[in-house]
Design a binder for this molecule. Structure first.
Ligand code: ZN
Length: 76
């Protein structure tokens, strides 16, 4: 997740907080339940640093290419 506070807060220009942290997906699933919609996660989160509810959630998908074997290109 990343804090989105400071961006477009009306006419006032508030310094961006940009607090970032990694959320443990297993903990989230364990606390919220398996069927909790990930899209609604941002509504439930609050920045631990500035307390803003403007929190963006994004996902880091580990690129594990070792499990993906490249298909051999077929030559005609
Ligand atoms: Zn913040």
């Amino acid at each position: 997740m990343r804090c989105a506070a400071g961006k477009q807060m009306g006419m006032k220009r508030i310094p961006e907080c940009e607090f970032k942290t990694n959320l443990d997906m297993m903990t989230l699933v364990a606390t919220r339940g398996r069927d909790f919609p990930i899209a609604r996660l941002a509504d439930r989160l609050r920045c631990p640093r500035c307390g803003s509810r403007r929190v963006a959630v994004f996902f880091d998908v580990p690129m594990d290419f070792s499990s993906v074997r490249a298909l051999p290109t077929r030559r005609l």
